[in-house]
Write a protein that binds this ligand. Structure first.
Ligand code: SF4
Length: 310
């Protein structure tokens, strides 16, 4: 293809050269352990069941994967517990974000078999929320109140708590809560969490914090920094609904790289790459590896025949 693959710092990136540009792919790209596990569970279930298999909500924030599941394995998704397709004989797979416990019971009451593919790390956070609530802490969840993971965590605290997205939401916490228990959405940035926890300390006598940020998120944000510092342009591949993908783009831009957030390789805006010398590639935890490979191949194909400046 007119390019040479070579590896530089194996700890951080895989490098390719194509014509005048260098392409650097972050080491931690693509499916995380939890997403991979849920995907494999879904495929294995679909292969063994004769009756319909549904995931509750799209299994992964990645439209191509959702299409493949439908076409290759006949796995569709439902978005409502009242969806009549999830009836006797059907199987409902709970995705990595988890669901409120009563929802699993509702599916079972309708006669569906439930397979729980909640990521074990999210499960730990749900358990902490449950424990804090039982121990009479006022539960504060730092995260996006609309995100399914956060909705499921709050349900484990029996809905009795407050979700704080940022400092502007602090007013939502009722006054005179002397003991607060804090858990965190898996994809958050530690710096933001620190700021909120400090503000909570000023309002309460006791603040018990479980740092439930997933190591995968931290690893990828560190990669985003490494890649952004070493490249002038960064392409972030992931679904538009994926919060960890959006955060990667924010981190990359905060270190001075120009970032493009793309869902599919055909979204790459080559006009914006005209002056590029080094292009970094980052991918969210719900991005399949084949999509990363396609984006890399398209970049290589585009730049391979361009002249190399002397
Ligand atoms: S990012 Fe972490 S918490 Fe989320 S699914 Fe992956 S492994 Fe689980």
């Amino acid at each position: 293809m007119g390019h040479n693959k070579y590896t530089g710092d194996l700890r951080a990136v895989t490098q390719y050269r194509a014509g005048p540009v260098e392409i650097n792919i972050a080491k931690h790209s693509g499916y995380c352990w939890g997403v991979d596990r849920a995907y494999e569970q879904t495929v294995a279930t679909a292969k063994t069941k004769d009756n319909p298999v549904y995931t509750f909500g799209p299994l992964i924030h990645n439209p191509q994967t959702i299409d493949n599941l439908r076409k290759e394995f006949n796995v569709d998704y439902i978005e409502d517990v009242d969806d009549e397709r999830a009836g006797p004989g059907s199987t409902v797979i709970i995705r990595t974000h988890g669901v409120p416990p009563e929802m699993q019971e509702q599916f079972k009451a309708k006669g569906a078999e439930v397979i729980d593919a909640t990521c074990p790390y999210v499960r730990v956070t749900q358990n902490y929320a449950q424990l804090l609530h039982k121990q009479k802490y006022y539960v504060v969840i730092i995260g996006d109140p609309k995100h399914p993971e956060v909705i499921s965590i709050l349900a484990y605290a029996k809905g009795e708590g407050t979700v704080i997205k940022g400092m502007d939401d602090l007013y939502k916490i009722p006054k005179n809560k002397r003991r607060m228990g804090v858990v965190v959405q898996s994809t958050l940035i530690l710096k933001k969490v620190n700021e909120i926890v400090n503000a909570l300390l000023a309002r309460s006598q006791e603040v018990r914090v479980f740092n439930t940020i997933c190591y995968v998120t931290t690893e990828r944000q560190e990669d985003a920094e490494t890649i952004a510092k070493a490249n002038d342009h960064v392409i972030v591949i992931g679904g538009h609904a994926s919060s960890n993908t959006k955060k990667l783009a924010i981190v990359a831009e905060s270190f001075g790289a120009k970032a493009q957030l793309i869902e599919s390789p055909s979204d790459i805006d080559f006009d914006k790459l005209k002056a590029a010398k080094r292009i970094g590639i980052l991918a969210g935890a719900s991005t399949p590896n084949w999509l990363i490979d396609q984006a890399r191949d398209l970049l290589i194909e585009h730049f391979s025949n361009q002249p190399v400046e002397a």
